[in-house]
Design a protein around this ligand. Structure first.
Ligand code: OSB
Ligand code: MG
Length: 371
């Protein structure tokens, strides 16, 4: 594979409605669109998914742009890439900065798949032609949560993720269960509890939740293992798992029964697949999480979630869950609760150039020397 150019575009788009978590409210999403172009003019796309501020991981759009521009792209200029796996291995000499790495790495996967006229799902070994779709409810009151659930149910979603925290948990979930006693719901706490809240967390066993996502802090691997022994609800880890080693530690310690895999959080598809394969071996269920992503990242998530171990509906919702108009064409859509996995080359979605152009704030071009 000979890379001829890389384009980075920082884009910014308002969310259709504010996204509330106890860590903050997101109303506007920035992201970095990565285009890797080979010497034949074929383009592969990826998305840097760091947020504007470091509320979810330590990276930001600015640090990602810096690491991509000044560290990772210079590495790519030095060493040829033959297989997409080479990218992740090349980036191992740089610590962390997983979202920056993933943006570039995933663009190389898309490029590789397109050069081989195969869908990304086929390249990865996907076995599913459609993905059961879940959606997140991140509202700041019971009434607006109930309204959102009603609307998403009509749209066909199969699993509902409710954001909780110590000041919005028992009564809140009780309110939802009163209207929806059988609904497949899970709760995401985004690290808002400590082991001092053990009784509060035990009480949530009353609601037959599919799982509780990341109740404790991101480095509380041992505390999560203690908590899992005390509660019946399966623990799913999100923030705690940023690498294959984290996944192995968590599983060996019994810190979780389920893992939420996000390629952006773990440095890209290579690492995501390693975690998937390990979990598959160990009978640990996984699902594909989202981070309020634009269409390119959504498309990558669809390909990843077509792997056999992704047995639980994830955060793969339609483009219109968050966006008035996405940057891909066609947009991701949900029909009868499922998203179709494209069988066309690469990620299988085109670029909505007009939308991409009107949301672009910063543009950078890197030209590779053609030896
Ligand atoms: O904790 O899973 C999370 C969004 C941004 C960052 C972290 C998380 C989330 C979500 C939304 O819960 C999932 C989605 O994009 O659908
Ligand atoms: Mg989460």
């Amino acid at each position: 594979m000979r890379i001829a150019q890389i384009k980075l575009k920082v884009i910014s788009m308002p969310l259709k409605s504010p996204f509330h978590t106890h860590l903050g409210t997101v109303t506007e999403r920035e992201g970095i669109i990565v285009e890797v172009i080979d010497s034949n003019g074929i383009s592969g796309y990826g998305e840097g998914v760091a947020f504007s501020t470091p509320w979810y991981t330590e990276e930001t759009v600015k640090t990602s742009l810096h690491i991509m521009s000044d560290v990772l792209i210079p590495l790519l200029k030095k060493k040829p890439i033959n297989q997409p796996e080479d990218t992740a291995i090349l980036f191992q000499s740089i610590r962390r900065n997983h979202m920056a790495k993933a943006g570039l790495e995933m663009a190389v996967w898309d490029l590789y798949a397109k050069r081989n006229s195969k869908s990304l799902s086929a390249v990865l070994g996907g076995t599913r032609g459609e993905i059961a779709s879940g959606v997140v409810v991140a509202a700041d009151s019971l009434i607006s949560s109930l309204n959102q659930i009603e609307k998403y149910l009509e749209e066909g979603y199969r699993r509902f993720k409710i954001k909780i925290n110590p000041s919005q948990d028992y009564a809140f979930l009780e309110g939802i269960r009163r209207y929806y006693p059988e609904l497949p719901i899970m709760a995401d706490a985004n690290s808002s509890y400590t082991l001092r809240d053990l009784d509060r967390l035990k009480a949530l066993d009353d609601f037959n939740l599919l799982m509780i996502e990341q109740p404790l802090a991101c480095d509380d691997i041992i505390e999560h293992s203690l908590l899992q022994k005390e509660i019946n609800t399966p623990i799913c880890l999100d923030e705690s798992i940023v690498s294959f080693e984290d996944a192995r530690n968590a599983i060996e310690l019994g810190s979780c029964k389920i893992i939420n895999i996000k390629a952006g959080r773990v440095g890209g598809i290579y690492e995501a697949k390693r975690i998937h394969d390990y979990c598959h071996d160990k009978d640990i269920e996984v699902w594909c999480g989202g981070m309020i992503e634009f269409g390119i990242s959504r498309a990558h998530n669809i390909a990843l979630a077509s792997l056999p171990g992704f047995t639980i509906p994830g955060d793969i919702s339609a483009s219109n869950r968050f966006w008035e108009e996405d940057i891909i064409t066609p947009e991701v859509s949900v029909e009868n609760g499922f998203v179709t996995v494209p069988d066309t080359p690469g990620i299988g979605f085109g670029i909505n150039e007009k939308r991409l152009h009107e949301t672009t704030m910063i543009e950078k071009l890197f030209k590779f020397e053609n030896k």
